[in-house]
Design a protein around this ligand. Structure first.
Ligand code: HPA
Length: 246
């Protein structure tokens, strides 16, 4: 039994989907899984175990941001024996080629968080990467379902609201804003949890992947309505579930 999940060992499957939002966790469990059992509601951060096509799968909400997801990752891996973890979240599209409702897969996660530094002491800029087999499977699954996905590098930030992209361009060389530099280097989107997922998975030798739907377009300054989010959200969940059971 762990502090924040507080389920019995064995109640949580070793394959787990990780939405940030507890209500999303409930919606996934109710709409995609059978034989569903809720194993936690501590702090209203819900966790469920059920079956997808006969395979045991859990859905555990993580809250928002690196500190919150790190608590759940630690307990899921160290206490409950998680082996395959797929984050299913939302992100903000950062460049012209990314549109609202696109489904993105984070091949790599760059970050402005200090978590890498905390582990490596500043000596190494450790690359935070998706598990290759999960990534390859997810791309194949998406192709077979005829669901387009884009794969690449994302930026995992500590701040949702920030003033990095200031119009005066005072960041760094004084010419480019922070977001301009990220775009120039091919960053697809911004979100707030994948770096922790990939770091914990690397340390524990477990498999991890982060998939997102684009809920905010920071290039065109557009945002999805709640209904618009739902359909692309369902595509992402199908890809994640078909990937995690293979
Ligand atoms: N920024 C950070 N995280 C996000 C965003 C965003 O604009 N949209 C969804 N998750």
């Amino acid at each position: 039994m762990s502090i924040h999940i507080s389920a019995e060992v064995g109640e949580v499957a070793d394959k787990i989907l990780l939405p940030g939002d507890p209500v999303r966790a409930k919606i996934i469990a109710e709409n995609f899984l059978t034989d569903v059992h809720q194993y936690t509601a501590v702090r209203n951060i819900f966790g469920f175990t059920g079956k997808y096509k006969g395979e045991r799968v859990s859905v555990q909400a993580t809250g928002m941001g690196i500190p919150s997801i790190s608590i759940y990752l630690h307990e899921l891996i160290e206490v409950y024996g998680a082996k395959k973890l797929i984050r299913v979240g939302t992100c903000g599209g950062m460049n012209e080629d990314i549109h609202l409702r696109d489904v993105l897969i984070a091949q790599g996660s760059s970050t402005d968080s200090s978590i890498v530094n905390q582990v490596f002491g500043g000596g190494v800029n450790f690359s935070l990467l998706a598990d290759f087999d999960l990534l390859r499977t997810a791309v194949n699954v998406a192709e077979s379902l005829k669901l387009p996905v884009k794969v690449g590098n994302v930026i995992c930030t500590d701040l949702f609201y920030n003033d990095y992209d200031d119009p005066n361009g005072t960041f760094g060389d004084g010419k480019r804003t922070f977001n301009d530099k990220l775009r120039k280097h091919g960053i697809l989107a911004v979100e707030m949890e994948s770096a922790a997922l990939y770091l914990h998975a690397a340390a524990a030798h477990v498999q991890a992947l982060a998939i997102f739907t684009v809920s905010d377009d920071l290039w065109r300054n557009e945002h999805c309505t709640a209904e618009e989010r739902q359909s692309s959200f369902n595509d992402m969940i199908k890809i994640a579930l078909e990937t995690i059971i293979r």
